[in-house]
Design a protein around this ligand. Structure first.
Ligand code: ATP
Length: 245
């Protein structure tokens, strides 16, 4: 039977607040993301973007508000339970284990999984997505270049078979050609149906890539819309794309 109900978004954030010892970093934001959607969150340093991702991943408690994922409240769940449900964070600075090999790092991403065959299949999938990683499986991760470390961090997150990937500043510190490569991989992941919430300082690249975007300023969402519309918005151009108003 046909129904006119629109499907629930994969992620729904309502009136989210995050504070550090009373200092309010996120001040009541609303944000939605559909299954398989690529959405970016842009804004200046200190706007509260990382705090939002940490609240979603469960590594920073929320001060108020609601986070719903796949229709259920998750804001009180521990981080590992959110990983088990398919929420993976690729942190700013990558967080790879420098003394472990590439393969050991990748397998860490699957630590909570017991489906061995599924893990091996996902390793193959990551190798197909990131062919350079296969050549470097036994290399110590700390000796990889910055771009390769970023790829490794993304690969490790994919090993927990996410439905929602949270990416914090993947272009940080990378040369332009490497940024392009990382963004190509992000697009490939989105094509596979994984939803992505991308936090980026490089607003132009992020808005070109994302279907929709949110602009954050001092803890609040100040603008939201289609990536292409935000890219054309004079306020975004003046504040985040370095253009004179
Ligand atoms: P950046 O791009 O610089 O990481 P951001 O938009 O991700 O910026 P957040 O890192 O979320 O912003 O920071 C938001 C505010 O919260 C800032 O004022 C920051 O100083 C503060 N803050 C972030 N983490 C902590 C912390 N662990 N303890 C205290 N204050 C913090």
């Amino acid at each position: 039977m046909a129904t006119d109900r629109t499907p629930l978004p994969l992620l729904q954030i309502r009136d989210l607040h995050v504070a550090y010892d009373g200092v309010r970093a996120v001040r009541g934001i609303d944000l939605e993301l559909g299954a398989g959607e690529l959405v970016c969150l842009i804004g200046a340093n200190g706007a509260g973007k990382t705090s939002t991702l940490h609240a979603l991943a469960g590594i920073q408690p929320i001060a108020a508000g609601e986070i719903r994922y796949a229709g259920e409240r998750i804001d009180a769940l521990p981080a590992h339970e959110r990983v088990r449900r398919g929420i993976a964070l690729v942190p700013e600075g990558r967080g790879i284990f420098a003394r472990l090999t590439v393969e050991e790092n990748l397998r860490m991403g699957a630590y909570s999984r017991s489906d061995r065959a599924g893990v091996e299949a996902d390793l193959e999938r990551v190798h197909a997505l990131l062919p350079r990683m296969r050549e470097r499986l036994q290399q110590v991760a700390g000796t990889l270049s910055g771009g390769e470390q970023q790829m490794l961090a993304i690969g490790r997150a994919l090993l927990c078979r996410p439905r929602l990937l949270l990416l914090d500043e993947p272009s940080m510190g990378l040369a332009p050609q490497l940024v392009e490569k990382v963004f190509t991989v992000i697009q490939d992941i989105a094509r596979e149906g994984v939803a992505l919430l991308l936090v980026e300082q490089n607003a132009r690249l992020a808005l070109e890539l994302a279907a929709r975007g949110y602009v954050m300023d001092t803890g609040r969402i100040t603008l939201a819309g289609r990536g292409a519309d935000l890219l054309a918005d004079p306020r975004v151009r003046a504040a985040y794309l370095g253009e004179a108003p």
